[in-house]
Design a binder for this molecule. Structure first.
Ligand code: CMP
Ligand code: MG
Ligand code: ZN
Length: 389
């Protein structure tokens, strides 16, 4: 049943897990199926697999025992509040989605190994010890965390701070112990920037700033680009196939409704989407897609095309193109990150902007239509039974 992989981490994967990891480069990757096949360890599997594929375990001399202890604690932190949505599956999903964006858009060729490590690490930790309640709930209830962070990016500050404390207080978990001082500082600065930028209250400012950057054709700031990549992955489920999107939506709304139940008990007004009796699910999702998700993917794609097009041109002019690579299997055969060939699905010569844009665009469109059908059915029912309005 189990096969020991030679991926340096010493992890034994079941055949089911090995089969599922073959799809880790795909937009339709089923993280829920991986989680079931791995006994609720989707985050551990995805994190190990990607560090291994990008050769980051070797490059940053990550002690494998530390990696195991760290990721076990990470999974425990994600399971602390038993959240329907903000759990280790969401962290694994965002990490795998970041990976897809890196390889399919070609942007990985613009990044250093340290920056790739930073974004994979940031994705894995970005909701660590999420309480299943929103920043606003923390602020309204004057929680310890809200008091500690002065009501600013309360949860996001906690996610990143608590993980760094874990690494700092437990040497046996310290996966960053062999980074040089400079590498450690650079990684930390990027991780802090990226995780803080997942706070939804930064969303409109982040989009506006990136749009104006692109219009002025200024050189794009790496931390800003990485932050937009992570933020997009964080809100990407409405751009996935319906079954995945629907499952994520149901989980998130259940989490919101539980907060609503607590708000009612405490005599607080309901936060948006938190009243289980009156929330219009389909309409709320259409709004989220139209005002948040689609504009984010549009700006991200424009940013990527801006960054990657000159790299492709440069490559086609030079005789010996330099590609950044990662190994394409969990068999431990790692290729160097820098290489002179163009095999695999992640070389600059195979970047397909049209295909990339088409993938998310088509799913968003289909999901919006499905929600519209559902919203239509509900309002049709309400017309027939006006007393239910
Ligand atoms: P988090 O994962 O911390 O960061 C992104 C946030 O976007 C997420 O929490 C939710 O608060 C919000 N979000 C994600 N998906 C949806 C959705 N389908 N509808 C409404 N809000 C969402
Ligand atoms: Mg978050
Ligand atoms: Zn998240």
């Amino acid at each position: 049943m189990f096969r020991r992989t030679s991926n340096m981490t010493g992890l034994s994967y079941s055949l089911d897990v090995i089969t599922m990891l073959k799809h880790v480069d795909m937009w339709s990757f089923d993280v829920f199926a991986l989680n079931d096949a791995s006994g609720n360890h989707a985050l551990k599997i995805v994190f190990f697999e990607l560090l291994n594929r990008y050769n980051l375990i070797n490059r940053f001399k990550i002690p494998t025992s530390a990696l195991t202890s760290f990721v076990e604690s990470l999974e425990m932190g994600y399971s602390k509040y038993k959240n329907p949505y903000h759990n280790l599956i969401h962290a694994a999903d965002v990490t795998q989605t970041v990976h897809y964006l890196l390889i399919k858009s070609g942007i990985m060729h613009w990044l250093t190994e340290l920056e790739i490590f930073a974004i994979i690490f940031a994705a894995a930790i970005h909701d660590y010890e999420h309480t299943g309640t929103t920043n606003n709930f923390h602020i309204q209830t004057r929680s310890d965390t809200a008091l500690f962070y002065n009501d600013r990016a309360v949860l996001e500050n906690h996610h990143v701070s608590a993980v760094y404390r874990l690494l700092h207080d437990n040497e046996e978990m310290n996966i960053l112990s062999n980074l040089s001082k400079e590498e450690w500082r650079e990684l930390r600065a990027l991780v802090v920037d990226m995780v803080l930028a997942t706070d939804m209250s930064c969303h409109f400012q982040q989009i506006k700033a990136m749009k104006s950057f692109l219009q002025q054709s200024e050189a794009i700031d790496k931390p800003k680009a990485l932050s937009l990549l992570l933020h997009t992955a964080d809100i990407s489920h409405p751009a996935k196939c319906w079954d995945l999107h629907h499952r994520w939506t149901t989980s998130l709304l259940e989490e919101f409704f539980r907060q609503g139940d607590r708000e009612a008990e405490l005599g607080l007004p309901f936060s948006p989407l938190c009243d289980r009796k009156s929330t219009m699910v389909a309409q709320s999702q259409i709004g989220f897609i139209d005002f948040i998700v689609e504009p984010t993917f549009t700006v991200l794609t424009e940013m990527i095309e801006n960054i990657v097009t000159p790299l492709i041109e440069e490559t086609s002019r030079s005789e010996l193109p330099v590609f950044r690579q990662y190994s394409t299997g969990s068999d431990g055969k790692q290729s160097s990150m820098k290489s002179t060939h163009s095999e695999g699905s992640c070389s600059l010569t195979t970047v397909d902007f049209k295909g990339f844009r088409g993938t998310w665009n088509q799913k968003i469109h289909q999901n919006r239509e499905t929600w519209r059908d559902q919203a239509g059915k509900v309002s049709h029912r309400l017309c027939k039974f006006p007393h239910l309005k």
